[in-house]
Design a protein around this ligand. Structure first.
Ligand code: URA
Length: 269
């Protein structure tokens, strides 16, 4: 890889900034001063110093994104903003070009998306055999009956060959429209504007956290529908050990700490 690309990816500055650092004579490759940004380096075997600091190559990167609605869990899209566009908005254009979302959320779903270039970790987290749990915050229309909750807990028929694995519904609450957060009220109002439902002041909603252990297509929406209701708002709060950092506003992301990466590696090993 080019020396300037390598240093930019290792967060020593933008491509232009690292070019200046290289041209100023502050960079050595295998002990030899290197003034040309286009010099090729082998990031695994070459020894690169900036002034007195050894540049250590980290092969993998991990970010958590608080995905907003309207953005797609893809690397490229001709119409919608992607999770990778948001990563670049946050981190600048120096982010590596091999990063992808480890698991998808629907376009209207918010919350935790792990962005990484670590294919093995992503594969382990998403493997249907490992049953890594994912926790969602749900606001559903109307009241989900006790029978519906029981079915969610036992495994529910969502039209696939097999029932879903048992899921844990916690913190189940009934609330009126005015008791929901402004953000969630806005989301529901939009659905109302699309004539998908009728909001009345006395309408009751069910909010809950649901922990599932699979990653089937539209799984939570289909489970809630099979339980007799409809998801109006959905946000992923956790994947395995990784909790959404609640200080991240929708659209914001941050790097995972070393501890967070280790914890993920441990659940998937
Ligand atoms: N379940 C869904 O229905 N959609 C998602 O995006 C994630 C889980």
């Amino acid at each position: 890889m080019r020396l300037d690309k390598y240093l930019a990816e290792m967060s020593y500055g933008t491509r232009n900034e690292v070019k200046k650092i290289i041209r100023s004579g502050d960079v050595t490759v295998n002990g030899v001063q290197t003034l040309k940004p286009e010099t090729r380096v082998d990031e695994l075997s070459d020894i690169v110093y900036i002034r007195n600091e050894r540049v250590s190559y980290s092969q993998f990167v991990y970010y958590m994104l608080n995905k907003p609605a309207g953005c797609v869990s893809a690397t490229k899209d001709n119409i919608h903003k992607t999770v990778i566009d948001l990563l670049k908005d946050n981190m600048g254009n120096n982010t590596r070009d091999d990063i992808f979302p480890a698991g998808r959320l629907d376009i209207d779903v918010e919350g935790l998306v792990l962005l990484t270039n670590d294919g093995a970790l992503a594969h382990m987290l998403l493997s249907p055999h490992r049953h890594v749990d994912k926790a969602y915050y749900i606001v559903a229309d109307g009241i989900i009956t006790e029978d519906g909750i029981k079915k969610l807990a036992e495994g529910i028929d969502i039209g696939d060959d097999a029932l879903t694995l048992p899921a844990q519904a916690e913190n189940i609450k009934l609330c009126r429209f005015g008791e929901l957060s402004r953000h969630i009220q806005g989301v529901i109002k939009n659905k109302n504007d699309e004539n998908l439902l009728q909001i009345t002041e006395d309408r009751v909603y069910t909010s809950m956290e649901l922990v599932i252990h699979e990653g089937r297509y539209h799984q939570v929406k289909r489970m809630i529908e099979a339980a007799g209701s409809k998801v109006l708002y959905l946000k992923r709060m956790r994947m395995g050990t990784l909790l959404l950092d609640e200080t991240l506003l929708p659209g914001e992301c941050r790097e995972l700490s070393v501890e967070e990466v280790h914890q993920l590696e441990n659940i998937s090993s």
